[in-house]
Design a binder for this molecule. Sequence first.
Ligand SMILES: NC(=O)c1ccc[n+]([C@@H]2O[C@H](COP(=O)([O-])OP(=O)(O)OC[C@H]3O[C@@H](n4cnc5c(N)ncnc54)[C@H](OP(=O)(O)O)[C@@H]3O)[C@@H](O)[C@H]2O)c1
Length: 223
Amino acid sequence: MRHLVTGAGSGIGAALTRRLHERGDELVLLARSEERAAELRTACAGATVLVADLARPEAVESLALPERLDSVVHAAGIVELGPVAELSVDDWATQLRVNLVAPAALTRVALPALRAARGTVVFVNSSAGLTAHPRWAAYAASKHGLRALADSLRGEEAATGVRVSTVFPGRTATPMQEKVHEQEGKEYDAGQWIRPETVADTILHLLDLPRDATVPEVVVRPA
Ligand SMILES: NC(=O)c1ccc[n+]([C@@H]2O[C@H](COP(=O)([O-])OP(=O)(O)OC[C@H]3O[C@@H](n4cnc5c(N)ncnc54)[C@H](OP(=O)(O)O)[C@@H]3O)[C@@H](O)[C@H]2O)c1
């Protein structure tokens, strides 16, 4: 199988990429920078690594994608907490661009290849995509939007055989969660949270699902 993964250099995306690489699947990885791309080429021998800064979603339009993709996994994302009274236009716009507009643009660009393989699109959402708490407005809005994108796409592509799944992880022990703790002024203990490998295995299940079923949404919470 051939997969396109964003956010492959860290956290959940990195855990998924390791799993796929270990079992010999073909990888097309999207990195934010040349530096990260070089790391990924070393870690995942044989992978195609493309560079696009998703804060500029138009950058995905010139990507050279393969003709067939069994999946596109949107794992890249950013978070910036703050009350509405303080969030800047840039805080809003950057989170919306990376977490929502870029996945939409990349999905559009990848759709011919996904249709050719009757592939699966997986959006890594968040529990913040289901409930918006104080100080999470911009991130939660981007993730609520991401759910809407997935729901529309699922209906639009049903006839083409492209399946669309959203995964809603709760707090997961990654660099993003460390940053969230910093912004919340809380001490970070990775052992309290979901392991990124557990979320990766959930995604893997969606990618390997037999053709008789589709899983529109999965919620994964810390136990
Ligand atoms: N951690 C959690 O508690 C949690 C919970 C629910 C949902 N999520 C979601 O899970 C997904 C993965 O998050 P994570 O926790 O694994 O975070 P992470 O460790 O910070 O990884 C985020 C990835 O996104 C990439 N990225 C960020 N901005 C980018 C940009 N402008 N262009 C291209 N790539 C960019 C990063 O690239 P670099 O490698 O260059 O840094 C990194 O590879 C995100 O969508 C996040 O919202 C996380």
